[in-house]
Design a protein. Structure first.
Length: 154
């Protein structure tokens, strides 16, 4: 086997498109399965299961066409360097969820923005501070004052 075919096979094994296509096919199949008890009817007198069946079928068809396309087109191997910013953003969301009840909306929002901003380069302190304060003030006005949600601000 040549090196080119090995590279193409590696690209297939690590490509995003086949995995996304498989997820679409499974999601569409789930919709079709969940809709199996609903009455479908005909095009002139649609039952409650007609539209979900149509959507599920179209999703399966879209997934199958993406899968076929991914088999016919050579892909390049994935680069896993962008994983670190995703981990930072998810960590910031977890910190927000943990600190919201303990420290209040203002501090939790400021921590969320400060930690999320670590995912971008270069880290600008003044810009991050302005965004954090503005977002904290806006979220306090919207959620505490306007919506009267039972969230402590401080």
């Amino acid at each position: 086997m040549t090196k080119e075919r090995n590279t193409a096979r590696l690209a297939w094994a690590t490509g995003r498109e086949p995995a996304g296509a498989a997820l679409l096919i499974m999601f569409g199949a789930f919709i079709l399965y969940a809709n199996r008890m609903n009455e479908i009817g005909v095009a002139t007198q649609m039952g409650p299961g007609y539209f979900p069946m149509l959507v599920g079928f179209l999703i399966v068809l879209l997934g199958a066409s993406l899968l076929l396309r991914s088999l016919l087109v050579e892909r390049v191997p994935l680069d896993f360097r962008p994983v670190a910013p995703c981990v930072v953003v998810v960590s910031a969301i977890l910190v927000f969820a943990y600190t919201l009840d303990r420290f209040g909306l203002v501090l939790a929002t400021i921590l969320l923005v400060a930690i999320s901003r670590l995912a971008a380069r270069p880290y600008r302190v003044i810009e991050t501070g302005v965004i954090a304060v503005a977002l904290a003030a806006a979220s306090c006005v919207i959620f505490v004052v306007l919506f009267s949600l039972p969230i402590k601000a401080w």
